[in-house]
Ligand binder design. Structure first.
Ligand code: PXL
Length: 280
């Protein structure tokens, strides 16, 4: 019998275009060798040009998805993506408590505070920011905001690496164990610096900045890789290092799709995929 792989859970929204959200998380989990499970929070109507509709799932159904997989299959690490509303955030917090996901329990919880799509379409209602800060951050092992999310959450406009440190300190006040302030949106910086902070020490992860337009799903892919590494038992610094290496290659492997923005891709982990079914 084959061994059961580590299991990771994503609590996030569906992207019908297959670029971001649940779809990005599942293919990243697969490429990282973990079994992926889903608690779907919302269905977005979306293609490469943007989001034209959002249908949220009832909060009790989101909670039930978390509880059934955790009690039967088991979860070694969990992440949140698009949560859409304050009511869903409260339900996720309560369900995570019940099944020991998050800082109160044994299972690490990564909170990616998704607030908008790359096109600027809202994925989180304005009145949900308080719930995110007050109910989810105190349960989070790691939070992974980009600079737009930093501004929404703290009011800090990061324009330099020094301000990136200030933002990490401000975010740590909300109670997560670790904070990762992603520097991809610091456009003047020739490198992408992601800054990890544990409340006392900073660790810097630097990578190249590629001039690619197709970066849909990059935040989801980074957070899912970190989640996969934690599910496999890695410590946080190693998990973020793995995530950084993985997202750099996945940005290099990004491809155009439709008339708009294409996705980053973990297909570089499957070098034979093009030949399979048609080759030899
Ligand atoms: O990349 C953030 C994200 C997460 N989840 C869903 C999305 C997006 C971006 O568009 O659509 C469902």
């Amino acid at each position: 019998m084959n061994p059961t792989p580590p299991r990771a859970l994503t609590i996030a929204g569906s992207d019908s275009g297959g670029g971001a959200g649940i779809q990005a998380d599942l293919r990243t989990f697969f490429a990282c060798g973990v079994h992926g499970m889903t608690a779907i929070t919302a269905v977005t109507v979306q293609n490469s040009l943007g989001v034209t509709g959002v249908h949220t799932i009832p909060p009790e159904v989101v909670a039930a998805q978390i509880e059934v997989v955790a009690t039967d299959i088991g979860v070694q690490a969990a992440k949140t993506g698009m949560l859409a509303t304050a009511e869903i955030i409260s339900a996720v917090a309560a369900a995570c408590d019940k099944v020991h996901i998050g800082l109160g329990g044994a299972t690490p919880l990564i909170v990616d505070p998704v607030s908008a799509s790359m096109h600027g379409d809202p994925l989180l209602r304005d009145d949900a920011l308080d719930a995110l800060r007050g109910e989810l951050f105190p349960r989070a092992t790691l939070v992974t905001p980009n600079l737009d999310e930093v501004r929404l959450l703290t009011g800090i406009e990061v324009r330099s690496r020094a301000e990136q440190r200030d933002a990490a300190k401000a975010l740590a006040e909300y109670g997560s164990k670790w904070v990762l302030v992603k520097g991809g949106h610091l456009w003047d910086d020739p490198e992408c610096l992601d800054l990890l902070y544990d409340g006392s020490e900073f660790t810097e992860f630097v990578g190249p900045r590629y001039d690619v337009r197709h970066t849909h799903g990059s935040g989801d892919t980074l957070a899912s890789t970190i989640t996969s590494a934690l599910a496999k038992g890695a410590d946080m610094v190693s998990a973020v290092r793995a995530g950084k290496a993985f997202i750099v290659e996945s940005v290099r492997a990004a491809y155009p799709l439709g008339g708009g923005v294409g996705p980053v891709s973990p297909r570089w982990r499957l070098p034979d995929a093009d030949q399979f079914l048609v080759g030899e």
